[in-house]
Structures are given as structure tokens and as C-alpha cells.
Design a protein around this ligand. Structure first.
Ligand SMILES: Nc1ncnc2c1ncn2[C@@H]1O[C@H](COP(=O)(O)OP(=O)(O)OP(=O)(O)O)[C@@H](O)[C@H]1O
Length: 298
């Protein structure tokens, strides 16, 4: 399948300070990819290069089979910047009509776009009276103009409440199901874990990990937490049988490596007269993210 976005060996330096180093990344049609990274990791720089807003030093980049910023690429790429700013005196409807006219499209499509982002009722109110989440949704309506085939979204859910976030991801699911490729940056690890297909972790301008969450979890080989809840009165015997753990208020806590997980679990199951229950907690995305960021000297 032809990829919607291909970056290879992409390098960018600002006045001697490297912002992207040898970055390789591909996004396929219908794929939702989350770009994660600490402040200053290079996420916005990568997005601006994809949009053709700033030049890069070396490497290759193909956006929908064309050069970034070329007419061919721009016709089908949508961008939602981190801080969207609109004219406060215009209503939502006037603003979207204006964007449609700029793209040479009929202004009559504005109300449908506003309805898709849940702003139909507020369409005639001035943007100056909108909440931050509503302004973000105007930005999203603007990004949906012209049925884009690649969406580049810089922290699109920052400032949105939980219900608006869920609605936003539902909208993205529909776009991806129709074949749009989506690249979004975020610091909200839990939500991207659930709502995207692949994670790319940038650290100091380098891609330090990419894959599905299970891929990253396996590669990071972080420990799994086991919480063993003793039968009433069996706390002492359980602690003696599993000296590698430590007792806390509700049970015995053990951190085990992936390799030790099954042997330790069978050791615990053999103690069934002492054990009431076991809870197994795999490493979270936060743990995995810190692991890769630390590995790169953070
Ligand atoms: N115009 C610029 N001139 C000089 N340095 C810049 C410029 N823009 C970005 N940088 C530097 O490039 C690096 C990458 O910045 P970038 O904004 O791409 O990071 P980011 O991952 O988007 O960060 P954040 O999560 O804070 O938005 C940082 O060290 C930043 O200081």
C-alpha cells in the first residue's frame, strides 16, 4: 500500500542546535499514529516540515507522494496547530465560511462542518464568546475542510474536557475508517494509548521507539507488578514464603521481570491455602515512556 507519509533520515538543525536527527517514520492510509515526546523533543518541528512551513537540512520526505508544501500535498493535508487563533469578532459560521471560500469551496458547507464538531448550536455566536474547547473545535472543523487524506494535529485535545476528548477521537476514528492518515502529538499518554494504532516516541530529536503498545512493552522488558492478597491470618506465612516481596496495607507486593513472571506466578498458585487473590499490573504507558526517554539521557 502506498504510504501517506514517509520520512527517512530527516535532520533539522536550528542555528547549530539539532532539533531532528535521522528521523524515520511512515504513516499508512487509515492509520492513527501518536507522536509522543518531552517538551522540545522535536514534535512541532517535524510537523512544520511535513507541512512545508520550514525547510529541513537533509533526508527525504514524501507527503501523499509529493514534496512537502507543494500544491499536490497542500490540497489534501490538514493541520491543526497547538494554539489555534481565530478572529474573535466573527461567528463560528462566518469563520468557517471564510476558510471554505479561501479554499475555493462553497460556503454552504460550513454548517455541516460545524455540526460534525458539535458546534451547530453555537454557529452564530461570536468566537470571542467561545470556551477554549469550542475554539479548538472550530480549529478541527477548519481541518476537516476538503476531505483531507493526511491530518497533522499538534496536541489537538489540550484544553478539551473528557467528553469533548471522547467525541474528538470518535470523529478521528470515522476519518481513519474512511482512509485518512492521522499523525497527532500529545502529552496525554493514557488517551493516545487507547485511541491510536501506533506510538512513536521522540527524545531529543531522535525516534527512540515506535510500535504498538504491546511491541513497546515487550521491547522495554519492564517489570510487572504482582499484588498478592493473603487469606485472613496468613500474612506472616505468605511473606515468609515469598521473601522477595514486601507487605503493604492490603497484601504482598512483588516486582518481577517478564522472564520471571510465569515461574513466580506458579510459585504463588502453589501457595493457594495462603492466597485469596492476585492482581497483575503490566507496566503503564507512562512507565514505558519514561524508560525510553531516560534511555536517551533525559
Ligand atoms: N525557531 C526556532 N529557532 C531555534 N530553535 C528552535 C526553534 N523552534 C524550535 N527550536 C528548538 O528545537 C527543539 C525542538 O522544538 P519543538 O518545538 O519542535 O519541540 P516539541 O517537541 O514540539 O516541544 P513542545 O512539546 O514543548 O511543544 C527545541 O530545542 C527548541 O528549543
Amino acid at each position: 500500500m502506498t504510504k501517506s507519509l514517509i520520512l527517512s533520515q530527516l535532520t533539522k538543525t536550528y542555528a547549530g542546535t539539532p532539533a531532528l536527527r535521522d528521523v524515520a517514520l511512515e504513516v499508512a492510509p487509515g492509520e492513527r499514529v501518536a507522536l509522543l515526546g518531552h517538551n522540545g523533543a522535536g514534535k512541532s518541528t517535524m510537523m512544520k516540515i511535513i507541512l512545508g512551513l520550514i525547510p529541513y537540512d537533509s533526508g527525504q520526505i514524501e507527503v501523499l507522494g509529493a514534496a512537502p508544501g507543494s500544491t499536490g500535498a497542500r490540497a489534501h493535508v490538514a493541520y491543526l496547530p497547538e494554539n489555534v487563533a481565530f478572529h474573535p469578532a466573527l461567528s463560528g459560521l462566518e469563520q468557517i465560511r471564510h476558510f471554505l471560500r479561501l479554499r475555493g469551496l462553497p460556503a454552504s458547507g460550513a454548517i455541516d462542518l460545524l455540526a460534525r464538531v458539535g458546534l451547530a448550536d453555537a454557529a452564530k455566536r461570536r468566537i470571542g464568546t467561545y470556551s477554549k474547547g469550542m475554539r479548538q473545535r472550530i480549529g478541527l472543523a477548519q481541518a476537516l475542510i476538503g476531505q483531507p487524506r493526511l491530518l497533522v494535529l499538534d496536541e489537538p485535545t489540550s484544553g478539551l474536557d473528557p467528553v469533548s476528548r471522547r467525541d474528538f477521537y470518535t470523529l478521528l476514528d470515522g476519518l481513519a475508517a474512511d482512509g485518512a492518515a492521522i499523525l497527532l502529538s500529545s502529552h496525554a499518554l493514557t488517551e493516545v494509548e487507547a485511541r491510536t494504532d501506533r506510538l512513536v516516541i521522540l527524545s531529543q530529536g531522535r525516534v527512540v521507539a515506535q510500535g504498538t503498545l504491546p511491541d513497546l512493552r515487550r521491547a522495554a522488558n519492564l517489570s510487572v507488578t504482582l499484588h498478592v492478597i493473603p487469606q485472613a491470618g496468613a500474612e506472616g506465612k505468605l511473606a515468609a514464603a515469598l521473601p522477595q516481596g514486601h507487605m503493604n496495607g492490603t497484601g504482598l507486593h512483588l516486582d518481577v521481570t517478564q522472564n520471571d513472571k510465569l515461574p513466580v506466578l506458579s510459585q504463588i498458585t502453589a501457595l493457594k491455602d495462603l492466597v485469596a487473590d492476585i492482581e497483575i499490573t503490566p507496566p503503564s504507558l507512562e512507565d514505558i515512556y519514561s524508560h525510553y526517554s531516560r534511555r536517551d539521557g533525559q
